[in-house]
Write a protein that binds this ligand. Structure first.
Ligand SMILES: [Mg+2]
Length: 122
């Protein structure tokens, strides 16, 4: 089973995402706290990643920059952005930059998994 990469600076969000994924039998998870932390982990596992989930607002390297970096070497793997209602401009920008979809925070586990399932099967 390939990995799902979750990158979020919030410990709470990361652990909710991890627990939700595990609850629905997605147990291969790579997590990172910002783009800078994530990039080497992503490059190490390239070819073995099924999906990326990136928070938009993070210190050191934010989600849009990480998205841009990852799309330089991985054009096809789905990238889902975690955003808030107030991030509308960033959502549009993310789509232009090659994001596959987004999930608005706060989210319910069931809805979250529906989105993950949908993009994994595409
Ligand atoms: Mg954040």
């Amino acid at each position: 089973m390939k990995y799902i990469v979750i990158v979020d600076d919030s410990d709470v969000i990361r652990s909710i995402v991890e627990q939700t994924l595990k609850m629905y039998n997605y147990s291969n998870i790579i997590s990172a706290i910002n783009g800078k932390d994530a990039l080497p982990k992503i490059k190490e596992n390239l070819g073995n990643i099924a999906m990326y989930i990136f928070d938009v607002n993070m210190p050191e390297m934010d989600g849009l920059t990480l998205l841009e970096e990852v799309r330089k070497f991985d054009k096809t793997t789905p990238i889902i952005m975690l955003t808030t209602e107030t991030d509308k401009e960033k959502i549009l920008k993310a789509r232009e930059m090659g994001a596959t979809g987004w999930i608005i925070k706060p989210f319910e586990g069931e809805k979250f998994i529906k989105v993950v399932d949908m993009y994994l099967k595409k």
